[in-house]
Write a new protein. Structure first.
Length: 601
């Protein structure tokens, strides 16, 4: 086999040394030489014609991209290779296809009036005329030089415009009648998998925008809180977080993932060419006239970027305080405490335990035209009418601390601080509660008793803690059993020993209607085969009273606080959970998943 690239052409020069503007001559020479030598060497060499043609095509593509880079450098413009990114279909609409093809240009990205244009030549008169027209329409173009192959890729995207739904800056509109019907059709994760797999099977007609819309519609239809897109060695895993538990949906191929990642970055306002840094963005989805926020988080992984889309559906947060699974006794205490004009109400628990939902329920309950409420959040997950909501921004030095200081100058009656993280924020929040403000906030502790030692660790004077804190709560979310398939079983063996031990700690065992049977998960079509549908909370709380005040002055442990609070008669989370198990609301397995039931038994 001979190598035409190494053949010398006069004075020791090879074909690689030909000037780039002589590329056509170079490839003609290749062809003549290939044909001539093939005739001479046929007896000695067996050629694979398809492989040779493929190699020649690869060489042409590589040389075309190199030429585009050289032209961009000479003109002082940036070079862009469109083959590896998703073209923004809304941007493509800015110039009609006929005009784009005639001017050999394409708008491949847009953000408001800022647009990005890929050009074959910066001296093309028709392209320059089209750009001037765009400027008269107040567009602000950034020009890039690209290759003919990249430009053809953009032109092919025009065919998908009828399939893609129009988007706007930071918003994906899927409010058409077809999508509404689609949402009704996707009643289970099985249907979501089926629809995505059908799209992936049609390799030639894969619409990345369509796949993303199926994923979003599927998450909304199944009430999933998150979409996880996780690259692995050979494929990409797609999972939904359904009722707090991750559920496998399907697998994507790497090529589809790369285009999908670019699409998500485009509509989330993130950098397309950044793959080694974490990025956060957001966009909204319009369904039936209502906006649903989607928060995008991207982090670099071992094989590629891991993407999580957090679905912030206002319907999931709009749960009345009375429907959150709070026991009647604790609910009456909370309703009394949030009516007070000052003091602090703290909720504790890990990420995803429903603390924000509880705080928003408090805010909706106390909100009325006669008071001013200000929130400092990170980020604003749900918008509440009639309330001033602000979002922290470290880049602008607007932290929980600075936000709280600023909020106090706005003459608020009630302040919600998303989280108390440091000594200064804790100190100002405590002082606010002592000076006529009602303060709602969260703290990261495992249980309600841990609130007081945590505040002491943050440097708060024990003498003022109990003067400021009205009540400290802790909570977890547990899945509720599917009413259509749950199964009743007798309580026996180790399960009976455990449940009886927890029942013995209940302040009032009379709240139990029975102690002999419980329910277990089975699984059916209605619950996607999980045996659970929906979630509820398990709670505990500690009120401020004389016993707690005395205990706090002695630098107490969590155990000391629990013993001091025992006479208050409020069940802990284990007791509240067992009450719900015996009432058929949840299962013992599910409660054990979120709470250590053997602690101090």
């Amino acid at each position: 086999m001979y190598n035409v690239k190494s053949i010398k052409v006069g004075r020791g020069k090879s074909l690689r040394d030909f000037p780039r503007f002589l590329f056509p001559i170079r490839y003609t020479f290749y062809f003549i030489l290939h044909t001539s030598l093939s005739g001479i060497l046929t007896p000695m060499v067996q050629f694979d014609e398809d492989r040779q043609n493929q190699r020649l095509q690869e060489l042409k593509q590589k040389e075309a991209e190199e030429l585009a880079q050289i032209m961009a450098s000479r003109l002082g413009l940036e070079y862009i290779d469109l083959s590896g990114i998703a073209v923004n279909t809304d941007a493509l609409r800015i110039i009609p296809e006929a005009t784009a093809r005639e001017a050999r240009m394409a708008v491949f990205d847009s953000a408001g009036k800022n647009i990005k244009i890929a050009l074959l030549s910066a001296t093309n008169k028709k392209a320059l005329q089209a750009i001037e027209v765009l400027k008269t329409e107040h567009y602000r173009p950034t020009l890039y030089i690209t290759s003919p192959i990249s430009l053809e890729k953009a032109f092919r995207e025009y065919a998908s415009l009828s399939y893609a739904f129009e988007t706007r800056a930071g918003a994906l509109d899927i409010s058409s009648d077809d999508i509404i019907a689609f949402l009704k059709k996707l009643t289970s994760t099985v249907e979501v998998k089926k629809q995505i797999d059908e799209m992936l099977a049609n390799k030639k007609g894969v619409r990345i925008a369509k796949i993303l819309e199926i994923m979003l519609a599927g998450a909304l239809a199944t009430n999933s809180s998150d979409i996880h897109i996780e690259p692995e060695e050979d494929s990409v895993r797609l999972r939904f977080r359904l009722d707090g538990v991750l559920t496998d949906i399907t697998r994507l191929d790497t090529d589809t993932y790369n285009l999908l990642a670019s699409r998500i970055k485009l509509i989330s306002g993130l950098k397309l060419n950044t793959k080694k840094d974490a990025q956060d963005g957001r966009f909204s989805v319009t369904v039936n006239g209502g906006d649903i926020e989607i928060r995008t988080s991207i982090i670099p992984g071992a094989y590629s970027e891991s993407i999580v889309l957090r679905v912030l559906n206002p319907k999931s947060i709009a749960v009345p305080l009375e429907q959150m699974g709070i026991s009647p006794k604790l609910l009456s205490i909370l309703l009394h405490e949030i009516e007070k004009p000052n003091g602090m109400i703290l909720t504790t628990g890990p990420t995803g335990s429903g603390k924000t939902t509880t705080l928003y329920a408090f805010l909706r309950k106390v909100n009325n035209p006669g008071i001013k409420i200000i929130t400092i959040e990170d980020p604003i997950e749900y918008h509440l009418p009639g309330i001033v909501q602000t979002q922290t921004d470290d880049a602008k030095n607007y932290t929980f601390l600075s936000g709280l200081r600023s909020a106090l100058r706005q003459d608020p009656d009630i302040i919600m601080v998303g989280e108390i993280r440091d000594e200064e924020t804790a100190e100002i929040a405590i002082n606010s509660a002592l000076t006529g403000h009602l303060v709602f906030s969260t703290l990261h502790t495992n249980n309600a008793a841990g609130t007081f030692p945590r505040l002491i660790d943050l440097g708060i004077n024990p003498k003022v803690i109990t003067s400021a804190v009205n009540i400290a709560m802790a909570q977890r979310l547990v899945r509720t059993l599917c009413p259509q398939c749950k199964k009743s079983v007798p309580i026996a063996g180790a399960d009976k020993v455990l449940i009886d031990t927890i029942i013995a700690t209940l302040p009032d065992p009379n709240v139990l209607t029975q102690k002999e049977t419980m329910f277990v998960a089975v699984g059916c079509d209605a619950c996607n085969g999980t045996g659970y549908k929906g979630r509820t909370g398990v709670y505990e709380a500690i009120l401020k009273d004389r016993a707690i005040e005395e205990a706090v002055q002695k630098n107490p442990s969590e155990r000391d606080i629990r013993l001091a609070a025992k006479p208050q008669g409020i069940p802990d989370m284990r007791g509240d959970g067992v009450i719900k198990i015996l009432a058929g609301v949840t299962s013992l397995d599910e409660l054990s998943r979120v709470i250590d039931l053997t602690e101090e038994l």
